[in-house]
Design a protein around this ligand. Structure first.
Ligand code: G6P
Length: 480
């Protein structure tokens, strides 16, 4: 298993709360989805040492056997490309450049400006880091007695499959892209050398996985239109260097059994008791990283419109934005968090009265509390601009105990599976979102129950086990 992030991270001791140093699950949807698979298969997880706490973990072994405080054990092989290369790879190329392209976040009249600095970061950051990772994979494959099966994850490592393929013939590689694949035209923001290296790198894999059928189509069209490759649209195959590469969609999901067990834990119960002390009659919730793609500001604007239209709800409703700090080493992310906070403060100034504050923003990363929040929403707002899958839309309804309603962006990958039973919104349309929030709060009990029931059924059936089983099945078929 190969990913930018390790499945776990070292959380420093907190002397004020009397908490010791702990190993906790890493942040983000990718880790959420894959950690149980890695633990169950005893796979070596190759990850990049992102900071000093990862470097400290690196000292514990190579690969290091690391156990989280819930008793799950992982074998992690860290590679350390050095701070400078990591910074160019992560904070200049992967986020923002690639992340922004793949979520359509650029305001193209002004940005991005591609220049020599971009080329420098590409060569000395992105490619250099991808090379170190590929070297490590080749070493691990050499050490193992098992037939090599390499699962590479996401947009930070697009060139790895190609680099490994150059050095190893007899290896099966699967690369899964967790985020949207935009149209061929949008990729032309990048200089040809860079965008072609990305696709060529990916085509080093045997099977390429995406979240939705739209991503698969966009990838096949990119191969055809931007690179002139031979593509079979019906068979979803690209022909490259004498090989046929399969391109498929496998919607990612959660480990439902593990997740529901966590939802019943005493830690979550304690958090729920705290929420009970302040929650009003109606609770609207969002749980997100503070990422521009999540569309947090428009969510507040929509809520403000709902408050304008429905004064009868004042004092009875609260919008809780439970946000995990993310990528604060990148200017755009810091500025975005600033706008999130200032818009919430403005709405609160305009509407607060008699002890009631309409929006509660918490910036924190605490899974127990996030799950406690999931259990208590009446409406869950998931309105990303674009999103690969969005696991909040699956986790929330799975454990909610109030028959809460899901308001879901038509541009979230999860909409392909869950859209029929959610209230669909165009994420840019704040009036439509305001109406959906209101409809969700007012929906009659029978409908709420039926909708959430269907969503749960879909999530339980298509859970993480199925996600992995489908990929293994395809690999097996391909090997023949
Ligand atoms: C998304 C991406 C992951 C990434 C995660 C957290 O889920 O698809 O690849 O790990 O966000 O972002 P971070 O930059 O903190 O690893």
């Amino acid at each position: 298993m190969v990913a930018n992030r390790a499945p776990l991270a070292l959380q420093p001791a907190d002397p004020y709360r009397g908490l010791p140093e702990r190993l906790v699950k890493g942040a983000g949807g990718l880790v959420t989805a894959l950690s149980s698979l890695a633990a169950a298969t005893h796979a070596v997880w190759v990850a990049i040492a992102r900071d000093d706490s990862d470097r400290a973990l690196m000292q514990r072994g190579d690969p290091a056997s690391l156990m989280t405080d819930d008793g799950t054990e992982y074998k992690v092989a860290f590679v350390d490309p050095g701070r400078e290369a990591y910074d160019l790879y992560y904070s200049v190329i992967s986020n923002p450049l690639l992340w922004f392209i793949q979520h359509y976040l650029w305001d193209l009249a002004r940005e991005p400006i591609v220049d020599e600095a971009t080329q420098h970061a590409w060569t000395n950051g992105y490619l250099a880091v991808n090379r170190v990772v590929a070297d490590r994979i080749v070493d691990e494959v050499g050490r193992s007695k098992l037939p090599p099966l390499v699962f590479i994850q996401d947009y930070q490592l697009y060139c790895v499959a190609g680099l490994v393929r150059q050095r190893l013939d007899d290896v099966r590689i699967q690369h899964f892209v967790h985020i949207p694949w935009p149209t061929p035209q949008y990729w032309t923001i990048l200089p040809r050398t860079i965008r072609d290296s990305i696709v060529h790198g990916l085509l080093g894999a045997d099977v390429l996985g995406f979240q939705t059928s739209r991503d698969v189509r966009n990838f096949l069209m990119t191969c055809e239109e931007n690179l002139g490759l031979t593509v079979d649209m019906r068979e979803r195959t690209v022909f490259f260097e004498g090989r046929a590469v399969w391109v498929r969609n496998y919607p990612i999901s959660v480990d439902t059994a593990e997740f529901l067990a966590h939802a019943e834990s005493p830690e979550v119960r304690d958090e729920e008791a705290r929420i009970d002390q302040w929650r009003p009659e109606h609770l609207i919730l969002r749980v997100d990283r503070t990422d521009l793609s999540k569309n947090i500001v428009r969510g507040f604007l929509a809520y403000e419109r709902m408050l304008q239209a429905h004064p009868e709800l004042h004092g009875k409703v609260l919008f809780w934005a439970y946000l995990q700090p993310s990528r604060q080493d990148i200017d755009d992310y810091r500025a975005y968090l600033g706008s999130v906070l200032s818009v919430a403060a403005r709405v609160n100034r305009a509407y607060s009265r008699g002890g009631w504050t309409p929006i509660r923003v918490e910036i924190e990363d605490n899974m127990d509390r996030a799950i406690a929040a999931y259990r208590n929403f009446d409406v869950l707002l998931v309105n990303p601009i674009y999103d690969g899958m969005n696991l909040v839309a699956k986790e929330g309804p799975l454990c909610n105990r109030r028959n809460g309603v899901l308001v879901l962006s038509e541009n979230a990958g999860s909409h392909e599976e869950l859209g029929t039973f959610a209230l669909t919104v165009n994420p840019f349309d704040v009036d439509e979102t305001a109406q959906a929030l209101y409809l969700g709060l007012m929906m009659d009990a029978r409908q709420r129950k039926a909708r959430i029931g269907h969503i749960r059924e879909i999530v339980r059936t298509n859970d993480i086990t199925r996600w992995i089983a489908l990929q293994l099945q395809d690999l097996r078929e391909l090997i023949g």
